[in-house]
Design a protein around this ligand. Structure first.
Ligand code: MG
Ligand code: MG
Ligand code: MG
Length: 303
């Protein structure tokens, strides 16, 4: 039976590239494995795949009854439909452990590194398998994307070292330049519906029995969204009314290295209570949903 490797819904570049890299590694190990995505890929991922001449994986609509390797997530709320009825045979991830369960022993590797692809590079080395130029390029870009070109507090020395090794294989000399090129593509907002912007890099979480949505836009300049804040808030409100306790949107300025945190909730003053008072919701130094937003909200909602 074919095994599908797949990342989270609203796929980001780490989810897409990690699925392709694990599929490549597993095929070299003799398994029948195919990469899939959990939805339309974003413009940054499209740019990366084009740059290294790799095709876009098909979308997996329903995981029920399938053998699955999960990458870049373990929360059912972020997984493709039917994951609770799938046979999960492997996990490679760098987030907090979610709520998936398995019926059989599985291969699982979760490490607190800057990207899933950093962990996968270690797997190639462990199994002594060759990394092609294309796969090296994809993994490098995923590391640059997830670590916000090494600016995010999630970045580790291992991410920097692995990125350099992959750049060597991929024939890339200037990482900062490649990273900025990716983030300029990722920052494009013109002509994009406000709903699609909120959903571009969006995740649902279950916290203390409540569903909390957190989206993030990583932008080279917050001026890009200055004119559409109200539209974004309106879409967040609609999303909240679909059964969520609160919806957050991180407007992250990757150059100024901080985030304007938008929040919509029936719970008055929620953002201030959790993240403190701040002028216009600007939080200096906040870059990471995983490390700086989710843990604070988990603490608040589970106490
Ligand atoms: Mg991800
Ligand atoms: Mg990731
Ligand atoms: Mg990210």
């Amino acid at each position: 039976m074919v095994i599908y490797v797949i990342g989270h819904k609203s796929p980001d570049s780490d989810s897409v590239c990690a699925a392709l890299a694990v599929a490549d590694l597993k095929r070299q190990l003799g398994d029948d494995v195919e990469a899939r995505v959990a939805g339309e890929i974003n413009s940054e991922s499209r740019f990366i795949l084009e740059k290294f001449g790799v095709g876009v994986p098909d979308i997996l609509e329903d995981a029920s009854g399938k053998e699955i390797i999960l990458v870049d997530h373990t929360d059912l709320s972020q997984a493709v439909v039917g994951m609770e009825n799938a046979e999960i045979v492997g996990i490679v991830d760098h987030h907090k452990l979610g709520d998936v369960t398995t019926s059989k022993p599985l291969e699982i590797l979760v490490r607190p590194l800057g990207s899933t692809c950093t962990i996968i590079k270690g797997l190639f080395d462990y199994y002594e398998k060759r990394i092609s130029r294309e796969i090296a390029g994809l993994m490098l870009c995923a590391i640059l994307s997830d670590s916000v070109i090494f600016r995010s507090p999630t970045t580790t020395d291992e991410d920097r070292r692995v990125a350099r090794e992959l750049a060597e294989i991929a024939g890339i000399e200037n990482l900062e330049e490649l990273g900025m090129e990716m983030f300029r593509v990722k920052s494009e907002v013109e002509g994009v519906l406000a709903r699609d912007l909120v959903m571009r890099d969006y995740k649902d979480f279950e916290m203390g029995g409540k569903r909390i949505g957190i989206g993030q836009l990583e932008l080279v300049d917050l001026e890009l969204v200055a004119g559409i804040r109200n539209e974004l808030l309106e879409e967040m409100r609609k999303l909240k009314d679909e059964g969520r306790h609160a919806v957050f949107l991180m407007l992250t300025d990757i150059m100024k290295e901080g985030t304007e945190l938008l929040c919509v909730s029936d719970e008055e003053g929620l953002r201030e209570r959790v993240f403190g008072d701040s002028e216009d919701g600007w939080l200096e130094g906040m870059m990471s949903r995983k490390k700086q937003v989710v843990p604070e909200l988990e603490k608040y909602f589970s106490s």
